[in-house]
Design a protein around this ligand. Structure first.
Ligand code: 5GP
Ligand code: MG
Ligand code: MG
Length: 175
C-alpha cells in the first residue's frame, strides 16, 4: 500500500456531503435570481468550485481569478497578488466568490474590495475551510464548509509547493 506523507483530516465522503449541502443552502438563499456569476479563486478552489457548481440549482456563469500570497512558504506573505480580475464584468451581477480556505483573511478581504469596485448587485463569499484562530483582519464568509484548527492542510485543490492538489480528501501535512 502507498503511504502518504499526510494524515487525513476530512474524508472524500464528508467533503462530498458537505459540498452538496452548501450548494443546497446557496441555491435556496439565491432562488429566483436570473444568473449567478461564480468567481473561482485559482488555484486552490478549482476542485471545490467544480463540485459545488454541479450541485447548484441556479443558472450560472463561471469565471476565474488568480490570487497568490503564499509563495513557496507556509505562512502568508501578507502581500496578495491578483490576476484576471479586471477582465470579468461584474457590474449589476449577483456574485458568489468561491475560495479554498480563509486563514488570516487578507486574501479574501483584498479580493472582495477589488471586485466591489465593479458594483455587483450582490456579493457572497463561500470558503470551503476556515481557520478562525488565524484571523488578522476582520472577515467572515457567508458560507463555510468546515471550521478547522490551525494546521497546514493539503488536498482537494490545496497544495504544498504545488503538490497534493489531486488528493480527493483534506489532509494535514506531516513534515
Ligand atoms: P489568508 O490571506 O486568508 O491568510 O490566506 C488565504 C490563502 O492562503 C488561501 O487561499 C490559501 O491559498 C493559503 N492558505 C492558507 N492556509 C492554508 C493551508 O492550511 N493550506 C494551504 N495549502 N494553503 C493555505
Ligand atoms: Mg486560495
Ligand atoms: Mg497555495
Amino acid at each position: 500500500m502507498m503511504t502518504l506523507p499526510q494524515k487525513e483530516l476530512i474524508s472524500a465522503e464528508r467533503l462530498q456531503e458537505r459540498v452538496a449541502e452548501l450548494a443546497r443552502e446557496i441555491s435556496d438563499d439565491l432562488e429566483g435570481i436570473d444568473l449567478l456569476t461564480v468567481v473561482c479563486v485559482l488555484k486552490g478552489a478549482f476542485i471545490f468550485t467544480a463540485d459545488l457548481v454541479r450541485h447548484l440549482t441556479l443558472p450560472c456563469r463561471i469565471e476565474f481569478i488568480r490570487a497568490s500570497s503564499y509563495g513557496e512558504g507556509r505562512t502568508s506573505s501578507g502581500k496578495v497578488k491578483l490576476e484576471h480580475h479586471e477582465t470579468i464584468e461584474l457590474e449589476g451581477k449577483h456574485v458568489l466568490l468561491v475560495e479554498d480556505i480563509l486563514d488570516t483573511g487578507r486574501t479574501l478581504s483584498r479580493i472582495v474590495a477589488e471586485l466591489e469596485q465593479q458594483r455587483p448587485a450582490s456579493m457572497r463569499v463561500c470558503a470551503l475551510l476556515d481557520k478562525p484562530s488565524r484571523r488578522s483582519v476582520l472577515f467572515e464568509a457567508n458560507y463555510t464548509g468546515f471550521t478547522i484548527p490551525d494546521h497546514f492542510v493539503v488536498g482537494y485543490g490545496l497544495d504544498a509547493d504545488e503538490r497534493y492538489r489531486e488528493l480527493p480528501f483534506i489532509a494535514i501535512e506531516n513534515r
